[in-house]
Design a protein around this ligand. Structure first.
Ligand SMILES: C[S@@+](CC[C@H](N)C(=O)[O-])C[C@H]1O[C@@H](n2cnc3c(N)ncnc32)[C@H](O)[C@@H]1O
Length: 287
């Protein structure tokens, strides 16, 4: 198994959840772990009653080697079927995409409600990239999140069961201390509220908005997931966009723009071209 520099940095091993991906060396925060093209791209908006035929048709067009790779993947139903494998392993190709992809290696990454990597679909290159969100020790499992993490334990469990048919046994869901669980649940419920907070129409003053978003960043820290650049970037971008519209002072804009920039690099390896231009000007960066 090799990353883009042809260095062996992960391996697939069996564990209590079937197969999983493991670090073969210490991986740095922001490091690209792997970039992979999908074996198969499938439309998502296919009516339910046509889905089975559609997936089987698309699989039948593949080479024998590709077909056998797909049928090696895990299916939460037995016996294995093309549609079962698609439901167990499909990744959306970007947030607003109509397509979903099946990946040979990325499909082996298990879920955690405290993930150490994130996945990012890179449309230009046609690959899904996996970036380390924090330092990963040699031998540690590489874990992503399949769902939105701003939900309490019950909601996360319900969603994982409904969408992927498993009972989560991650580090967070395995905590037995009820007090710790309740505190984490409260934080995650509040994170969800703060994330969706939008100022009322016509409200020009940024103070309330800013205080809510600063509270969000503080809570991420208290919940021990402030390393998760995806969520920090999302929050920082909301603030940046809001301040931009309200003609806030340059120093403040620059602070939030920098936060978007740094966290985008960690969880995506890039910053969107349009945003990059804006941010580079504000921050006085040259490259
Ligand atoms: C995309 S596959 C991940 C790789 C899979 N373990 C394999 O053997 O290929 C998703 C499946 O892995 C298992 N899984 C992933 N994360 C899990 C978790 N946190 N707790 C329990 N099972 C998990 C579930 O069976 C789930 O349906």
């Amino acid at each position: 198994m090799t990353d883009t520099n042809n260095e062996c940095i992960y391996e697939i091993k069996e564990n209590e959840n079937g197969m999983g991906l493991y670090a073969l060396k210490r991986i740095q925060r922001g490091e690209l772990i792997l970039a992979e093209k999908p074996i198969l791209k499938l439309r998502q908006n296919v009516p339910q009653h046509q889905l089975k035929i559609y997936v089987e048709d698309e699989v039948s067009k593949l080479s024998d080697e590709e077909k056998s790779k797909i049928f090696e993947l895990f299916d939460y139903n037995s016996p294995k079927t093309a549609i079962g494998i698609f439901s167990t392993n499909g990744y959306m190709l970007g947030k607003k995409s109509d397509y979903c992809g099946l990946f040979y290696l990325i499909s082996r990454i298990n879920h955690s409600c405290r993930p150490n990597v994130c996945h990012h679909w890179c449309e230009n290159e046609g690959v899904q990239k996996i970036f380390a969100l924090r330092e990963i020790e040699k031998g540690q499992e590489i874990l992503t999140s399949y769902i939105d993490l701003y939900q309490d334990t019950e909601s996360r469990k319900r969603q994982l069961k409904k969408l992927f048919n498993f009972n989560c046994n991650c580090e967070l869901c395995s905590i037995e201390d009820e007090d710790l669980i309740e505190k984490s649940d409260e934080r995650r419920r509040l994170l969800n509220e703060l994330e969706s907070f939008r100022p009322k129409m016509g409200l020009r003053s940024p103070e309330l908005f800013l205080s809510k978003k600063k509270q969000l960043l503080k809570l991420l820290k208290e919940e021990g997931i402030d390393y998760d650049a995806f969520y920090v970037k999302k929050c920082a971008y909301d603030v940046f966009a809001f301040l931009f519209k309200t003609n806030a002072n340059r120093e403040s804009l620059k602070y939030w723009a920098n936060l978007v920039y740094e966290n985008s690099l960690i969880c995506q390896g890039e910053v969107k071209a349009s945003l990059k231009k804006e941010i580079l000007v504000l921050c006085g960066k040259n490259s």
